[in-house]
Design a protein around this ligand. Structure first.
Ligand code: G3H
Ligand code: 13P
Ligand code: ZN
Length: 338
């Protein structure tokens, strides 16, 4: 198959987005998608709020939706976006790429950005793998995100029982030797809806779990070592109690779910963190809304009747995040201003 360039699809890499995010103290949202309705919600919300954004696809998403269909869905999203908000652009990003071959396949099929997650390898092997991806990607002006430090929980197929915070003393060497464009770090976030064990949390007056604060001291150390370098925060869903409550009210069972408080994400977005990854919050919204329809209307069997409310509520959640948490709303015009 011949190579498809993201430029021909009307996509952008993350370079200008991140430069603007650092300069104007916001973070670009990176939303994961697996299906049509998630994609509709992301595109319409970002178009309406005029927010630059990153559409991200995990290897699991590629398997679920079929890699070719998924790419065409993303291409279609570009065409739809140009109708809704002609000056806005997005990056198409591989989330948690684990091999050179997977990154190359995505680069060759129109992705404008890839993550190579070598965080589970030794420092030296992580550098070597990341450098190999960067050398290939940069020939085509594709951006590369690397990772140093390990998040607690499940990172796709990579399971890590305990997190290892990023060591600030390693970042200069990593960035220099790999030539990556951005760096994902570990400062206390983790993937999924149960980011902290109850015993790691305290409880407020009404018994609600309060998670330990993110390690902003480590972030500050990293910023001092590589000033102005784009930092990425994975595992940054807030696990909004409203949707967990709905899920449990309408027949679900999600216990002790805790996310990252929005105030801490606002603080991160004003720092060198210029990409914030959100997947679980979207999953919770979808599940809550579908469960509500099934509870309210047990006879409903037209998928559009339960997927549309889920899609519409996801759109509202993204509008809210862009405006009030990441600060990316209204920054769309900056993409071409760099
Ligand atoms: O970081 C992982 C993302 O939430 C993607 O999850 O591998 O289940 O698609 P997934
Ligand atoms: P959440 O599970 O917190 O949404 O994190 C998603 C993520 O980091 C995708 O790479
Ligand atoms: Zn992640």
């Amino acid at each position: 198959m011949s190579r498809i360039s993201y430029q021909d699809l009307g996509l952008v890499n993350t370079k200008a987005m991140f430069k603007n995010a650092i300069e104007h103290q916001f973070a670009v949202p990176a939303y994961n998608f697996n299906n049509l309705e998630q994609l509709q919600a992301i595109v319409t919300a970002c178009a309406e709020s005029d927010s630059p954004f990153i559409l991200q696809v995990s290897s699991g998403a590629r398997k679920y939706a079929h890699q070719t269909l998924l790419r065409f869905l993303a291409e279609g999203a570009g065409a739809m976006l140009r109708e809704l908000n002609p000056h806005l652009r997005f990056a198409l990003h591989l989330d948690h790429g684990d091999t050179f071959e997977l990154c190359k396949t995505c680069i060759d099929s129109g992705f404008s950005s890839v993550m190579i997650d070598g965080s589970h390898h030794s420092f030296e092997d992580n550098i070597a793998l990341t450098r190999k991806v960067v050398d290939y990607a940069h020939q085509y002006d594709v951006s590369v995100e690397g990772e140093l430090g390990v998040l607690a929980g499940i990172e796709d197929e990579v399971s890590s029982e305990h997190s290892t915070y990023t060591h600030p003393e390693e970042v200069i060497e990593f960035v220099k030797k790999t030539n990556v464009d951005s760096l994902a770090i570990s400062i206390g976030t983790s993937h999924g809806a149960n980011k902290f064990k109850p015993e790691q949390c305290t409880r407020d007056a009404s018994g609600v779990l309060v998670p330990p604060p993110l390690r902003f001291d480590i972030l500050e150390e990293i910023e001092k070592k590589i000033p102005g370098f784009p930092i990425v925060l994975h595992g940054a869903s807030s696990v909004l109690p409203k949707y967990v409550k709905m899920i449990n009210e309408f027949g679900g069972k999600i216990e002790d779910a805790v996310g990252i408080p929005e105030e801490q994400l606002r603080k991160a977005a004003r720092s060198a963190v210029c990409k914030i990854n959100i997947d679980s919050d979207g999953r919770l919204v979808f599940t809550a809304m579908i469960r509500k329809v099934f509870k309210d209307k047990p006879g409903e069997f037209d998928p559009r009747k339960y997927l549309a409310p889920a899609r519409d509520e996801l759109k509202n959640m993204i509008l809210e995040k862009n405006k009030n948490v990441l600060g990316s709303a209204g920054k769309g015009k900056l993409i071409f201003a760099s």
